[in-house]
Every structure is written in structure tokens, then in C-alpha cells.
Design a binder for this molecule. Structure first.
Ligand code: URA
Length: 207
């Protein structure tokens, strides 16, 4: 299922992100801020339990997050740009890394790095990658997490394509997708149109 986070602040910041004159510093800051807002919605269903806390005035019956702990898994390298934002909201979360690159010929995902928390199977996991384009990397990352026994997986991105959403939903109907916006589609190079260009290059200033 696709959730679009249509909050005005998210939409405004995505517009700034799209602008080709937005430089590396601002682009990186925007990715982090947007990730934080989308994470706020992606964690809306975290279970709560009631506890008692003594305030200076009285005992309050109040709520804290309970249940399974969280892990964020950025897909390298562009996903790294979202880690700062999501860990601002959930500082205790552990971070795993999955390195996948897109074979320029076949456009298929090739795994080159894989390091996850030892207890990943006991954690609810949110994969982060700014662009959901063909869906190949997302599907490969979800496949790997499921092989390790992870039961609840969400996928968070900033911009998705209809093709990517369809591919992920078909391969993994149980995975909820959280995005800031869904764009028109993919071009012949499998870039999202209108998109932001290469998110990794823009976050890290490599082009
Ligand atoms: N990856 C990107 O960085 N941008 C796209 O448009 C598609 C995939």
C-alpha cells in the first residue's frame, strides 16, 4: 500500500529539492528534513503502552512506545542521506546497510555490501532510499531482510514512480510504502521524471 505524505512542508521542500540550481549543502539538508517528516508518518502506528510517571504535581497515567525495536536500513549510497533525519526521530534505532548498485546495462540490482544489526529478525525495519524508480533495489533489499526472518518491513522514499510502486507491491504486498510524492514515470535511462536527477550525486556532490 502506498502512503503519500502530502503535508505542505514536505511538498514545499520537495519543490526546492527538484530545482537543478539547488546546491549540495541545501540538497543534503532538504533530504534529511523530508526524511524526518516522512518518518513521522511511517511511525504513526507504533504501539503504545500506558505507564505512570510522577510529575512535580501528581501521578500521570501517560504513554510510551512499546513493542519491538526499530532498525533503519539505508540502501547505499543515496539512502545514507536520509539516516540523519530518521535517527533524529528515533535515536535508539539501529542502522543496517545494504549496498546495491544499478548495473548500467541491465538496470538490475547488484549487491556489494551487506551489514545488518545481529538482532535484525527481532526488529521492525524501515528501508530508506530517496528514489523508488524501477523498484529493483527495493525488492532486492526486502528479499534480503525477509531471508533473515524480518517480519515487519516498511519502505520509505521521497519520490516514487508508478512503475516502482507497482513492482514492489506485486513482489511484496505486505510492505507499506511511504513517499512524499509519486511522479509521472521513468525515462529510458530509468530515471524518475521529472524527479531530481541522480539523488546520490546531488547528496554527495559527485557530479
Ligand atoms: N535513482 C536516482 O537517483 N534518481 C532517479 O531518478 C532514479 C534512481
Amino acid at each position: 500500500m502506498l502512503h503519500i505524505i502530502d503535508h505542505p512542508l514536505v511538498q514545499h521542500k520537495i519543490s526546492l529539492l527538484r530545482d537543478k540550481t539547488t546546491g549540495t549543502k541545501e540538497f543534503r539538508e532538504l533530504v534529511s528534513e523530508i526524511a524526518m517528516f516522512i518518518c513521522y508518518e511511517a511511525t504513526r502506528d507504533l504501539p503504545l503502552k500506558e505507564i505512570e510517571i510522577e510529575t512535580p504535581v501528581a501521578v500521570a497515567k501517560t504513554k510510551i512506545i512499546s513493542g519491538r525495536k526499530l532498525a533503519f536500513v539505508p540502501i547505499l549510497r543515496a539512502g545514507l542521506g536520509m539516516v540523519d533525519g530518521v535517527t533524529k526521530l528515533v535515536p535508539a534505532a539501529k542502522i543496517g546497510h545494504i549496498g546495491l548498485f544499478r548495473d548500467p546495462e541491465t538496470k538490475e540490482s547488484v549487491k556489494y555490501y551487506f551489514k545488518l544489526p545481529e538482532d535484525i529478525a527481532e526488529r521492525d525495519t524501515i528501508i530508506v532510499d530517496p528514489m523508488l524508480a524501477t523498484g529493483n533495489s527495493a525488492i532486492a533489499a526486502i528479499d534480503e531482510l525477509k531471508k533473515l526472518g524480518v517480519k515487519q518491513i516498511k519502505f520509505m522514499c521521497i519520490i516514487c514512480s508508478p512503475e516502482g510502486v507497482e513492482a514492489v507491491t506485486k513482489a511484496h504486498p505486505d510492505v507499506e510504502i511511504y513517499a512524499g510524492v509519486q511522479d509521472e514515470g521513468l525515462n529510458e535511462d530509468k530515471y524518475i521524471v521529472p524527479g531530481v536527477g541522480d539523488a546520490g550525486d546531488r547528496i554527495f556532490g559527485t557530479k
